[in-house]
Design a protein around this ligand. Structure first.
Ligand code: FES
Length: 81
């Protein structure tokens, strides 16, 4: 069984444990979870409100056509196209 899980974060959470700071992955792309491995860097130029997927080589694919945002129409300006 597999699942698609949406992650919006583009950087790790920094957690202080004693005198150390640990970076915990929030982007979902780390190969060393729960720790950040720097893979979030590929998300830096994502456009807001777009949906993407990444393959094992961190190649990005836009998924908006497959999974349109059901709330997008609600936020369109009146009379806009
Ligand atoms: S936050 Fe996911 S790899 Fe850094």
């Amino acid at each position: 069984m597999s699942r698609m899980i949406r992650h919006d974060a583009t950087r790790p959470a920094l957690i202080s444990i004693g005198d150390k700071v640990v970076a915990v992955c929030q982007c979902g792309l780390s190969q060393n979870k729960p720790f950040c491995d720097g893979s979030h860097r590929v998300t830096r130029d994502e456009e807001p409100n777009k949906l993407y997927a990444y393959d094992r080589e961190k190649k990005r694919v836009a998924l908006d056509d497959l999974f349109p945002d059901p709330g997008a129409e609600k936020h369109s300006p009146p009379g806009g196209n």
